[in-house]
Design a protein around this ligand. Structure first.
Ligand code: CAP
Ligand code: MG
Length: 411
């Protein structure tokens, strides 16, 4: 039985032709063996030699291990390994993030990063609106967007939800959203909620304030498009999808459908199951790149090491993956959320820059003065950061910010 080697150590990488993956590998085996196990399993091999593999197949479709640097293995997959239909993330993930996580040869393995050749990037359309389109809709060209998540995450009636949104907008917030677990429950039917929230947004606009609320349409793939179209018809100015639980295929279907004419806010709930462990799973960076490719307009990227959630990258890699010009797509609005309150806003913006959407649930609804005061506190914190004034100094003339800092402190 002929044996085939997937090791091409020292050969130059070919990012123009191949999908290039970086894996962090923990193993008791020699690293070359572990690396070959990944390349074989994810391309043309399996656990033993097979009579049906020949050089015609192997030389064209076999993955190539082009470098091993400490515990980082570079594995390149020829573009021909991927489905040629116009852009299909499910099959891409089956190759770059599939069986390898279960291989007995590896104690742990984490997909740290992935880059795609032009031949694959051009199969995708990217965001319809992107960061710039959301800013235009909100008439907010430069300042960070500032939002809230309606809390409690479940339980409010449609009327109470709309009242929360109106109060938040009256307090200066530009964005609000359904929480990731709220879609169409009996206590808050999606049609009633969408209609009443739309009325609140219209009232705010008549009062001179532009705001959007993301209605969560996360549901089964054969119904999500219909639900999104209905929600849009009921007046939604933005929709939301939980991309991990719904799937990249759902997000792509929404983003590429010409009938969807509102931005898509992408929540990443469940990502922590595989982004949190530094040695095993998938780095959020790879997920972020895929969200941009399939057309998310705004994406949660965590709080850059400042908020309550510890999963996901604390460096600026996700920011760059959202905003960078190294791919042929509009920029995605990075969303910083999770344990945020006015006392953290300055530090987050120092790390993120101004092209970001900062949002707080508890950090608004937990304010001693109620939702409108909480919204004012968040909005004032963003204004302070935008003007380069320390929050404590700005709070001397802004009591709602003062009250928030007194309750929660500062970073
Ligand atoms: C934040 C949030 C968001 C998390 C998601 C929550 O609420 O609504 O879902 O930000 O975090 O439910 O926790 P708070 P991540 O502002 O009250 O924390 O994107 O990091 O998974
Ligand atoms: Mg939430």
């Amino acid at each position: 039985m002929e044996s085939y080697s997937y090791l091409h150590l020292g050969e130059p990488e070919d990012p123009d032709r191949n999908v290039v993956c970086r894996y962090r590998v923990t193993t008791d085996l020699p690293m070359e063996k572990a690396a070959e196990a990944i390349a074989a399993e994810q391309s043309t091999g399996t656990w033993t030699g097979i009579s049906t593999l020949d050089h015609g197949i192997f030389d064209t479709l076999g993955a190539r291990i082009t470098s091993i640097d400490g515990d980082i293995v570079t594995c390149e997959f020829p573009a021909e390994d991927f489905s040629i239909e116009n852009g299909a993330v499910p099959q891409i993930l089956s190759v770059i993030a599939g069986n390898l996580f279960g291989l007995g040869a590896l104690k742990a393995v984490r997909l740290e990063d992935v880059t795609f050749p032009k031949s694959i990037l051009e199969q995708f359309k990217g965001p319809k609106f992107g960061a710039e389109g959301i800013r235009q809709a909100l008439h907010r060209p430069e300042k960070p967007l500032v939002g809230t998540i309606v809390k409690p995450k479940i339980g409010l009636s449609p009327e109470k939800t709309a009242e929360y949104v109106y109060e938040a907008g009256s307090g200066g917030l530009t964005n609000s959203k359904d929480d990731e677990t709220l879609v169409d429950q009996a206590f808050c039917p999606i049609e009633d909620r969408t209609v009443k929230v739309a009325e609140a947004l219209d009232r705010l606009e008549e009062e001179g304030h532009y705001m959007m609320h993301a209605v969560n349409v996360s549901t089964r793939s054969d119904r999500i498009l219909e639900l999104a179209e209905k929600v849009q018809g009921w007046g939604a100015r933005e929709i939301m999808i939980d991309v991990i639980t719904c799937g990249y295929g759902c997000l792509q279907a929404l983003a590429e459908d010409p009938s969807i004419k509102v931005p898509i806010h992408v929540h990443r709930t469940m990502h922590g199951a595989f982004t949190k462990d530094p040695l095993h799973g998938v780095n959020m960076l790879a997920l972020t790149k895929l969200v941009r490719m399939v057309g998310g307009d705004a994406l949660h990227i965590g709080t850059l090491g400042v908020g309550k959630m510890s999963a996901g990258a604390h460096d600026d890699s996700n920011l760059r993956a959202c905003l960078g010009d190294d791919v042929p797509y509009k920029a995605v609005m990075p969303v910083c959320s999770g344990g945020v309150h006015p006392g953290l806003v300055g530090e987050i913006i120092r790390r993120s820059g101004m092209n970001v959407q900062i949002q707080a649930g508890g950090g608004v609804a937990g304010h001693p003065g109620g939702v409108r005061a909480g919204a004012m506190g968040m909005s004032q914190a963003v204004d302070a950061a935008f003007e380069g004034i320390p929050a404590a100094e700005y709070a001397e003339t802004h009591p709602e910010l003062r009250a928030a800092l007194d309750k929660w402190g500062s970073a």
